[in-house]
Design a protein around this ligand. Sequence first.
Ligand SMILES: NC(=O)c1ccc[n+]([C@@H]2O[C@H](COP(=O)([O-])OP(=O)(O)OC[C@H]3O[C@@H](n4cnc5c(N)ncnc54)[C@H](OP(=O)(O)O)[C@@H]3O)[C@@H](O)[C@H]2O)c1
Length: 339
Amino acid sequence: MVGQQYVRMLEDHPWFEATRFVGGRSAGRLYGETVEWMGEYEPPARMMEMPVEMAEPEKEDADLVFSCLPSDVARELEPRYASRLPTVSDASAHRMEPDVPLVIPEVNARHLRLLEKQKENRGWNGWIVTSPNCTTTGLAIALKPLHDEYKLRKVVVATLQALSGAGYPGVPALRIVDNVLPYIKDEEEKVEREIRKLMGSFDGDGVKPADDISIAPMVHRVPTLDGHLESLYIEAERPIDPEEAKQIMRDFKAEPQEMKLPTAPERPIIVMEEDDRPQPRLDRNKGSVQGMSTVVGRVRRGVDRYSLRFTLVSHNTIRGAAGNAILIAEMLHELGYLG
Ligand SMILES: NC(=O)c1ccc[n+]([C@@H]2O[C@H](COP(=O)([O-])OP(=O)(O)OC[C@H]3O[C@@H](n4cnc5c(N)ncnc54)[C@H](OP(=O)(O)O)[C@@H]3O)[C@@H](O)[C@H]2O)c1
C-alpha cells in the first residue's frame, strides 16, 4: 500500500528517480504483473515495466533507499542497506533506537543531526532515518504549534483508522464490513512513545523524550479506505482560546515551507469551519500537495479554559508514510546529506 504511493509520487519527482524495486513474494516478476493497483488514477507506465528484484543490499548502487518493508524484514535488511547507503524508512523496526532520528520535517527537523552521531556510533557509510507511524504523524503535526504556544500536558485521542493502514490485503472483509474493530496491535503504545520522541528536546547528543505530556490513544479500525480520523481532547499549562488556537494552526509553517521543498504543502495544517468536517473521503487529499496536510476541524473548548477539543484527518499512506519519507529525503538533499 505504501509502495504504491512511492510509485505515484516518484514518477514525476523533480529530484529523485526510482531505479529499482525490491520485493518479497513478487521478486522475479514485473511490477505491473504483481501489483494490485489501488489508486483511482492510471498507474505510471514506466514503473509497471520495471522488474521487482530480490533484496541484495551489499550490491545496491542507488544513491538513496526508501524502505517500506514489513517491520520484521526491515529489522534485518535496513541496517544492511544503511551500512552503505542513506536509507529512509517507514517501518517501525528502528524508530526508537537512540541514535536513529524519527522525523516529521515540520515538527523536529533538528533531530536529523542525530545522523552524525549514528554514523560515528556505527561506523557506517550510510545511515537510517525513520518516519513515524501513520497515526502519530497527523497528530504530531496538529499538536506541534499548540505545544509550542500553550505547553501541552495531556492528550486524549480516539482514532478511526482506514483499512490501507493495515497493508495489503489487510483486514479480512468479513471482519470489517458493517463493523468497527476497537484494537490494533501495538498501535497505542507506538503513538505514545513516538509523540514523546518527536516532541522531545535535542541537545546535540541525543533526544530527551517529552515525558511531561500524558498521552492516551484509543485506536479503532474502521471501513474507510484511506485517511485516519482522530478526535482529540487536550489540556495545556496555559489557557487556550479556541479562536486563537485555530489561527496558530493556520499560520503554522516550518523549514520545509521556507526551503520550498517540492513535496512540502503550502499549509501543513488546514483548519475548516464547517460543523461536519473534516471527513476522510472529502478531506484526506486537501491542500497544495495531495495528502500532505493535516486537516483540522470542530475546534472548540474542552471542559475549561485550559482544554480544547478538535478533530483531524491525515492521509495515512501519504503524510503517514511515503510522502513524509520523501519530504525527509528532500530536506536531507538540500542540507547536503545525500552527497
Ligand atoms: N499502510 C500504512 O498506512 C503505513 C503507514 C506508515 C508506516 N507503514 C509501514 O510501512 C511498511 C509497509 O506497509 P504497507 O502497508 O505498504 O504493507 P504491505 O502492503 O504489506 O507491503 C509490504 C511490502 O513489503 C514487501 N516485502 C515483504 N517481504 C519482503 C522481503 N523479504 N524482501 C523485500 N520486500 C518484501 C512486499 O513485497 P511483496 O508483495 O513482493 O512480498 C510489499 O511490497 C510497514 O512496515 C508498515 O508498518 C505503513
